[in-house]
Design a binder for this molecule. Structure first.
Ligand SMILES: *Cc1c(COP(=O)(O)O)cnc(C)c1O
Length: 426
């Protein structure tokens, strides 16, 4: 479907265009495999002389339709679904980094991604240097080495809620001949499209707003098709030299702008197999159909609640990039003029016990390890996700010991504020 349509239309209709007599709603192709009529037909698929489905680990029509919708929303050339945001981030890096390689990453990222990059990928021989995203271009550039293959950041970091200066990061990446990979989970393409600001690859945990109903863990990788891998062919041998495991094809020669995403599907997904189930892709698609309606509501509600908390005498501080006094207000206005996301964080005066009492007293907002779905939820990282860390380690990880992460849902905002008000009075 044409990229000329607005995001709202793409949310509802992109990816699935049924022909005469076909189901109006994207069907769940709940099948591991696909039938052919002659042995010759099947052989031609394996020789890459014809394209067609044959095994769901490689490709599945339901997943492909949903991936095409996400690609259209981000303004990319193609996308691939994965079983989780974690696998999307792993594949996005592993597609261009091998043992002996290195990449540079903003320190303001999701804790799961931080573990993946700093511990697990190191065991594979892929090294990472974390940089303070607020540092100057020169300071960040100093982290690059001859074997650096990518720069990585999050549009809005989870849970520290820092806004990435995408144009600055794109300049730094491109002046070193490497792509900028951006995790766009929190704003979603409704509020920010990183390709328009110079990013080359976008990744998502579709588990969050894209699904939006907390039913399905999933991820996606989107390729802008714009990065010229051949300009620095020596850096990207996996894309620019023949792949003996794939008919000796060279991805850049055979697939052009689709080289990166084709390698991710044909090689990484084939070999590592973290597919999204067609059932989950179907649920994700239902979520996407209302993404353009839900995101503005999340943002309006979060703005109202952030303003309410800012004026409350029991609240010590509030972090939301929609507040004019926030450190990231200007960057948020530039990259996300229509709203950022529904997640805010704040601290209460009086420390730990006060926070716990407040959270236990909430009636609408539920205590869950999740963010970014339709129902308002709350988490105290120091007592939950990060409870093994000391206060010093918490601060190093960008998580204040008193930080309450509040994921504002799409309920009526006056009801949510009344709930917060009564819980602060307990
Ligand atoms: C949740 C999250 C992830 C990990 O995604 P899963 O779907 O839980 O594997 C990655 N990045 C960000 C920004 C997230 O919020």
């Amino acid at each position: 479907m044409s990229k000329a349509f607005s995001p709202g239309t793409l949310c509802v209709q992109a990816g699935w265009s049924p022909k005469k007599g076909e189901p109006r709603v994207l069907p769940i192709y709940q099948s591991t495999t696909f039938k052919y009529e002659t042995s010759e037909q099947m052989a031609r698929l394996f020789d890459l002389e014809e394209s067609g489905y044959f095994y769901t680990r490689l490709q599945n029509p339901t997943n492909d339709a949903v991936a095409a919708k996400i690609a259209a929303l981000e303004g990319g050339v193609a996308a691939m679904l994965t079983s989780s945001g974690q696998s999307a981030n792993f594949y996005a890096i592993f597609n261009i980094c091998q043992a002996g390689d290195h990449f540079v990453c903003s320190s303001a990222i999701y804790g799961g991604t931080f573990n993946l990059f700093s511990v697990t990928m190191k065991k594979l021989g892929i090294d990472v240097t974390f940089v303070n995203p607020d540092d100057s271009e020169e300071a960040i550039a100093a982290a690059f080495r001859p074997n650096t293959k990518a720069l990585f950041g999050e549009t809005i970091s989870n849970p520290s809620l820092e806004v990435l200066d995408i144009e600055k990061f794109a300049r730094i990446a491109h002046s070193h001949g490497v792509p900028l990979i951006v995790d766009n989970t929190f704003p979603t393409p409704i509020n920010c499209r990183p390709f328009e600001w110079g990013a080359d690859i976008v990744v998502h945990s579709t588990t969050k707003y894209m699904d939006g109903h907390a039913t399905s863990v999933g991820g996606a990788i989107v390729d802008s098709g714009k990065f010229d891998w051949t300009a620095n062919a020596d850096k990207f041998p996996g894309l620019c030299t023949p792949d003996e495991s794939y008919h000796g094809l060279t991805y850049t020669q055979s697939f052009g702008a689709l080289a990166y995403i084709t390698k991710a599907t044909a090689q990484l997904m084939r070999d590592l197999g973290s597919i999204q189930s067609p059932m989950n892709a179907f649920l994700l698609n239902l979520g996407l159909e209302t993404l353009h309606l839900r995101m503005p509501q999340h943002c309006q509600n979060a703005q109202r609640i952030a303003e309410y908390l800012s004026g409350h005498k029991k609240v010590a501080w509030v972090n939301y990039c929609g507040l004019p006094g926030n450190k990231f207000y200007k960057l948020a206005q530039k990259y996300m003029p229509n709203g950022s996301c529904g997640v805010i964080s704040f601290g209460l005066k009086g420390g730990h016990e006060v926070s716990i009492r407040f959270m236990d007293a909430l009636k609408l907002a539920a205590i869950v390890t999740h963010v970014a779905d339709a129902r308002t939820c709350v988490l105290h990282p120091a007592s939950h996700t990060h409870r093994q860390l000391s206060d010093e380690q918490l601060i190093e990880a960008g998580v204040r010991p008193d930080l309450i992460r509040f994921s504002v849902g799409i309920e009526n905002v006056d009801d949510l504020i009344a709930d917060i008000k009564q819980a602060l009075e307990v």
